[in-house]
Design a protein around this ligand. Structure first.
Ligand code: TYM
Length: 327
């Protein structure tokens, strides 16, 4: 069966970009694929974390994934640091990727030059090597992600191909799977930047666990433009196109088709808010139930880590043998 792997960081709160760009797709893929999903806590350490907050966020994110529909019975759901093969394979990956390749990663350039960043960890630079290890450890065929991860999947393919050509067939070469709608949800206030887990007040970011009245307000205040024509045109009309993309990701109707149904921005904003709220409501309700029993979540995650390790141990052993390390 085709194997799917994806990961998400437990830093900050989950927003509708994560949900529509990645998680909705993960959820759907569980039926037809052999699915492995991971809360990548080691990746979160590339930026400084408060230990208590990290622990809490890790559990809460696992609960949110389950609330969205990830079923630990049908899929392998686990936390990265509980499977020791990840950092072990990451070292082999670091030795198979060049300094130049890592320097070209836009995510590194963005994060290392942010005004608020006064300490740039070496981990932030080598991060794509750990991500490659995450993916390659499971003989992954398909990686469902949002558009911002495209470059990280491409470098994973390059690393795998280089390793295979140097040391013989070792890794499956994975492909990314980016959804037709929702792959790039933009900030509602700054539709030229992607929605992200920004700090403090974030009028442009809609969180999955946010109060639904606030969600409505954020959409009503979304930035559009002044020419009053509903048309899907990302370059010329980023704000309106973002609303159409979000509505499309929630309803399954193409954004161009949706555009034809509206003459004014007000109703488009209202309907988009309503569609998002309909998606969020059951997730929030299910999350509350799961959050009441963190011990059960931890138990499920341990079971998931054991299942993940059973796969990862074989692949790591193969890689070690091929590269010339003693078993
Ligand atoms: P992370 O935690 O930043 O994001 C998780 C997923 O959400 C998607 N996403 C978005 N999609 C649409 N619009 C947005 N505004 C938006 N923001 C985020 C991301 O594309 C991603 O799919 N490096 C990864 C985590 C990772 C990983 C992996 C992913 C580590 N190892 C192996 C896949 C496979 C990251 O930081 O995602």
């Amino acid at each position: 069966m085709t194997r799917v792997f994806s990961g998400i960081q437990p830093s900050g709160e989950l927003h509708i970009g994560n949900l529509l760009g990645a998680l909705v797709n993960w959820n759907k893929m569980q039926d037809d694929y052999d699915a492995v999903f991971c809360v990548v806590d080691l990746h979160a350490l590339t930026l400084r974390q408060d230990p208590e907050v990290l622990r809490k966020n890790t559990i809460a994110l696992a609960q949110l994934l389950m609330a969205v529909g990830i079923d630990p019975e049908r899929s392998v759901l686990f936390v990265q640091s509980q499977v020791p093969q990840h950092p072990q394979l990451a070292w082999l990956m670091e030795c198979t990727v060049s300094y130049g390749e890592l320097s070209r990663m836009t995510a590194f350039k963005d994060k290392s030059t942010r005004d608020s960043t006064d300490f740039v960890s070496a981990g932030l630079f080598t991060y794509p090597a750990l991500q490659a290890a995450d993916i390659l450890l499971y003989d992954t065929d398909v990686v469902p992600v949002g558009d911002d991860q495209r470059q990280h999947i491409e470098i994973t393919r390059d690393i795998a191909e280089r390793f295979n050509s140097r040391y013989g067939e070792t890794f499956v070469i994975p492909e990314h799977r980016i959804p037709p709608a929702g792959a790039r949800v933009m900030d509602l206030q700054h539709p030229d930047r992607k929605m992200s887990k920004s700090e403090g007040e974030s009028p442009g970011t809609v969180f999955v666990l946010e109060d639904l009245k606030k969600v409505e307000k954020k959409f009503k205040r979304a930035v559009t433009d002044s020419d009053m024509e509903v048309r899907y045109d990302i370059e010329a009309k980023p704000g309106v196109s973002n609303l159409l993309s979000i509505l499309s990701a929630c309803t399954g109707t193409a954004p161009e088709e949706l555009a034809a149904e509206y003459e004014q921005y007000g109703p488009l904003k209202g309907d988009t808010a309503e569609a998002v709220i309909e998606v969020l409501k059951p997730i929030q309700a299910r999350f509350e139930e799961l959050a009441a029993d963190p011990a059960e979540t931890e138990r499920l995650l341990k079971v998931g880590a054991d299942k993940a390790e059973a796969i990862a141990a074989d692949v790591l052993a193969r890689a070690k043998r091929n590269v010339g390390l003693l078993g």
